[in-house]
Ligand binder design. Structure first.
Ligand SMILES: NC(=O)C1=CN([C@@H]2O[C@H](COP(=O)(O)OP(=O)(O)OC[C@H]3O[C@@H](n4cnc5c(N)ncnc54)[C@H](O)[C@@H]3O)[C@@H](O)[C@H]2O)C=CC1
Ligand SMILES: O=C(O)[C@@H]1CCC=N1
Length: 289
């Protein structure tokens, strides 16, 4: 990932996470591994045990629930909104009352919430310095990918700041239209779950054929990793690589025929479309608040 930027250059950055659950934790892990000092990160986390674990694992300071804290926006130049979409409105309105006391232009707000649209978050926060991001959990090991969207009101330096933060978790892609964030969510935000489901199925199939669990797991995981890296490093379409594994009348052809009969390709496309539709519906519904 030669294009990744190192967070250690951002010696003045202070990032406050609101929500330190699964995805907040994954991003914090990536930022620390990428050179940000623990004292450059704070976490507003309603669950005391979750906050304590973040402190124990990464040394980042938990600062209780949003309602209980006074924000010092001279220090907090980035706020990452990492609560569930259903909690976003209440948290954003709570933050808005604190943003009123920030000197202009206030912090950059980076939302990672699925579905929540910029116009709604800007309205709830009464703040326009906002960027949408859709990361994924491989961020935990610096192997994530994040889709980003900002509207025309967001300047180049804020775009660069958002990109640098997300780069700490892995690669970054920008999309040109906000509606494409639902597609990013469906492909890469939710994507690790499809891959884990695929791994579960490959391992259990191996076990049903008589392999012990450890061997089946090793074969499945190494195959996925090797094939993915091969595809990543190749200029050829995945379909061409698939054909190279598939001997006429052989074992792979037998497996792919069953996958075809069960419309595996279409099922996956439908599943990803359902995730995208769900993102849109969440945006429509939650935007009514
Ligand atoms: N889990 C994933 O793979 C991904 C999640 N996202 C997005 O990230 C966001 C968070 O998702 P997860 O981390 O999975 O959820 P989570 O439930 O694991 O984490 C949310 C955290 O917010 C905390 N919280 C709730 N209300 C709060 C408040 N008022 N003040 C402070 N903390 C509060 C909760 O205690 C919890 O620890 C969601 O909006 C989701 O759409 C985006 C990409 C991938
Ligand atoms: O399932 C969800 O809604 C979140 C967004 C992407 C991954 N997890």
């Amino acid at each position: 990932m030669s294009q990744q930027k190192n967070m250690s250059n951002n010696s003045n950055a202070h990032i406050t996470f609101i929500g330190g659950g699964n995805m907040g934790r994954a991003l914090i892990s990536g930022l620390i591994a990428n050179g940000l000092e623990p004292n450059q990160i704070s976490v507003v986390e309603a669950n005391a045990m979750t906050a304590l674990k973040l402190y124990e694992d990464f040394g980042v300071q938990g600062i209780g629930a949003l309602e209980q804290i006074a924000f010092d926006f001279s220090k907090n130049n980035v706020v990452v909104m990492a609560v569930k979409p259903q909690d976003f409105n209440v948290v954003a309105r709570g933050l808005s009352s604190k943003l009123k006391h920030a000197s202009a232009p206030g912090p950059l707000i980076l939302s990672i919430a699925a579905g929540i649209r910029l116009k709604d978050m800007s309205r709830w926060l009464d703040h326009t310095r906002c960027v949408r991001a859709m990361p994924n959990t491989p961020a935990l090991i610096g192997k994530g990918i994040t889709g980003l969207f900002a509207d025309a009101a967001v300047n180049t330096s804020d775009r660069a700041l958002a990109e640098t933060i997300c780069n700490a978790a892995g690669e970054v892609v920008w999309v040109a239209e906000e509606k494409l964030m639902d597609a990013v969510t469906a492909v890469s935000g939710s994507g690790p779950a499809y891959v884990f489901a695929f791994l579960e199925a490959m391992q259990s199939a191996g076990e049903k054929l008589g392999l012990d669990a450890q061997t089946a797991r090793k074969l499945a995981y190494a195959t996925l990793e090797g094939a993915t890296q091969l595809a990543h490093n190749s200029d050829e379409h995945a379909g061409v690589l698939r054909e190279r594994v598939t001997s006429k009348g052989g074992t792979t052809a037998a497996a792919l025929e069953v996958m075809k009969q069960h419309s595996w390709h279409e099922i996956l496309e439908k599943a990803i479309d359902a995730a995208s539709q769900r993102g849109k519906i969440m945006g429509d519904e939650l935007g009514k608040n």
